[in-house]
Design a protein around this ligand. Structure first.
Ligand code: PHE
Length: 355
């Protein structure tokens, strides 16, 4: 008769030595596998005498039950250990409040640039850009602005310290010159961008935005200019009627020149466009001066056209009822929350926007 006590001790020692899942599997095979310790003992039963067989079988069975139970417990311990480890690494407190989600807003000026660009694109204008840091030639001389013109005065223009020749462009008009010099007529472009002047009050900021327009071709006249601007203003303000006033004016780079005002009134502290007896100047325009065309290598005997420069910030003030320009550039997040636009709003010039 086998020494069951010794066998049991051997088996329990083996089980004790199990360190991980892999050694668990190999020990289990050593006991219960095809050639396992217990399997071999079970095979023996058949060859035993009747009188031994019963006792042998019953001791073997109870050993099997005991070992099975111990192994099962061991496996459970391993599984539990794994779960504990996972819980420790992936600890997630589902009772915590969710994270607040802030969505950004589109600044009214960016919104207006999008709208204006889409309106002019529809009637054949393409978009050009120029640098914020310009030189005197493009900003003044090429635009027929004589040396002694007051616009060149230090009070209006920010000159760069590095060079007397460099300045922050005071208008987007230098893009007219750059565009004409790099191409051949006809030209039909707009150029939105930042502009700078030494000026600051409720309707002036040292940095502001303009949109330049330039249309040069054969037989283009003041009628085309007026038609284009009326079309634009109606589309932009999404109304059939806007009060517009063309005032004779002077710019060195256009002849004749005009300034355009838009009629508005203040109702409950809010700007309302359309009627009313107040006027806000929003753009300067005129027929491009022959000297400018010459400077830009365009033959004024063959080609002529109009140009305009719109104050984009003022358009935003009028359309969206914002009455202090300085707040545009103070970067107050509460202001932007209130006046800004949802990034998913599609700029449209056919129907009213959300605000
Ligand atoms: N550049 C002018 C300004 O800044 C506007 C303008 C542009 C006028 C084009 C006429 C033609 O005031």
């Amino acid at each position: 008769m086998e020494n069951f006590n010794q066998i049991e001790k051997d088996i329990l020692d083996k089980i004790k030595s199990i360190k991980n899942r892999n050694s668990y599997d190999s020990v289990k095979t050593e006991i219960f596998g095809k050639k396992g310790i217990l399997t071999e003992l079970f095979k023996k039963i058949g060859s035993l005498d009747q009188d031994q067989r019963k006792e042998f079988a019953s001791r073997l069975n109870s050993l099997k039950t005991k070992v099975t139970e111990i192994l099962e417990k061991k496996l459970n311990d391993f599984n539990q250990l794994e779960i504990d480890k996972k819980l420790k690494n992936e600890n997630l407190d589902v009772t915590l409040p969710g994270r607040t989600y802030f969505s950004g807003k589109i600044h009214p000026v960016s919104q207006v640039i999008d709208e204006v660009t889409s309106i002019f694109s529809e009637i054949g204008f393409s978009v050009e850009e120029g640098p914020d840091v310009e030189n005197e030639y493009y900003n003044f001389s090429a635009l027929n602005t004589p040396e002694n013109h007051p616009a060149r005065d230090m009070h209006d223009t920010f000159y760069l310290e590095q060079s007397k020749d460099l300045l922050l462009r005071t208008h987007t008009s230098p893009v007219q010159i750059r565009t004409m010099l790099k191409g051949k007529p006809p030209f039909k472009i707009i150029a939105p961008g930042r502009t700078y002047r030494c000026d600051s009050d409720q309707t002036h900021s040292p940095m502001f935005h303009q949109l330049e327009g330039l249309h040069i071709g054969k037989n283009i006249n003041m009628g085309h200019l007026k038609g284009c601007l009326y079309y634009f203003v109606k589309k932009f303000f999404e109304v059939e009627k806007v009060k517009i006033r063309f005032r004779p004016s002077h710019f060195p780079f256009t002849e004749p020149s005009a300034e355009v005002d838009i009629g508005y009134k203040i109702e409950n502290g809010q700007i309302k466009v359309g009627d009313g007896d107040k006027w806000l100047e929003v753009l300067g325009c005129g027929m491009v001066h022959p000297n400018v065309l010459k400077n830009a290598k365009v033959n004024p005997k063959q080609y002529q056209g109009y140009a305009f420069g719109v104050g984009l910030d003022r358009l935003a003030m009028l359309k969206y009822g914002i009455n202090d320009l300085r707040a545009f550039f103070e970067s107050d997040i509460r202001w932007l929350e209130f006046y800004g636009f949802d990034p998913l709003d599609v700029p449209t010039n056919y129907r009213g926007l959300s605000r």
